[in-house]
Design a protein around this ligand. Structure first.
Ligand code: OMP
Length: 215
């Protein structure tokens, strides 16, 4: 695991973004952990988060022209990533986001920010079964732009609609890479090496991975 990945997991646990317990997912699965990006609630946390997303996209080597942040949770993620790309990677990247409801006055429309064109990195928090990200693909395609990558914080490494992981399905269906800052294996590694007395929790997470996970 790289240093920024370790820092990301530490930040997520410290900010209670990554929590452990019993959670019902959108897919109906019962999960012993949950990742809630809405809990990155301060300027400092958001700044660190943006640096992690920026590092992940730069390390991937994928060429992009802009960043798209889907409403609502993707909006601050796109903004903080764009700032980090400028401050730490000398890349002044345009970004835009959508509204959930079209505005019929003022500037109108559902898109805000830079024109949605070229090779677009879609930035989001989590992919479990891949439902949310499919909706975003439609918006990007309808604007005439090209989805170039999906950038997420956590890859839960779960099966999607079939035997492949949801992420593999998205990668095949849209022919683009899904880049994540960390995946579930990284979280398990972190719990094993950076924390103590968490054997029961590790066993629960591993059991969940056994039931719903893919390699
Ligand atoms: P899919 O649409 O099934 O890929 O699930 C992604 C969405 O599930 C996210 O956008 C969240 O609304 C929610 N989610 C989390 O935010 N964190 C998790 O750890 C798990 C989920 C989830 O419900 O699967």
């Amino acid at each position: 695991m790289l240093e920024y990945q370790k820092a990301f997991i530490k930040l997520a646990i410290d900010q209670q973004v990554l929590t452990f317990g019993q959670f019902t997912l959108k897919s109906g699965r019962q999960s012993p952990y949950f990742f809630n990006a809405g809990r990155f609630q301060t300027g400092a946390a958001l700044a660190k988060l943006g640096r992690c997303y920026a590092e992940a996209i730069v390390r991937s080597g994928v060429a992009i022209d802009m960043i798209f942040g889907p409403a609502y949770k993707g909006i601050p993620l796109a903004a903080t990533t764009a700032i980090a790309l400028s401050d730490h990677h000398q890349k002044d990247m345009p970004y835009c986001f959508n509204r959930k409801e079209a505005k019929d006055h003022g500037e109108g429309g559902i898109l805000v920010g830079a024109p949605l064109t070229g090779r677009v990195a879609i930035i989001d928090d989590v992919i479990t079964a891949g439902t949310a990200v499919r909706e975003v693909m439609t918006i990007v395609n309808q604007a005439g732009a090209t989805p170039a990558a999906v950038l997420i914080g956590l890859n839960r490494q779960e099966r999607g609609q079939g035997e492949l992981s949801a992420i593999q399905e998205v990668e095949r269906e849209f022919n683009i890479p899904v880049i994540s800052i960390v995946n579930l294996n990284d979280i398990i590694d972190y719990l094993k090496t950076e924390t103590e007395g968490q054997e029961q929790l590790i066993a629960q997470v591993q059991a969940y991975r056994q039931e719903y996970g893919v390699e």
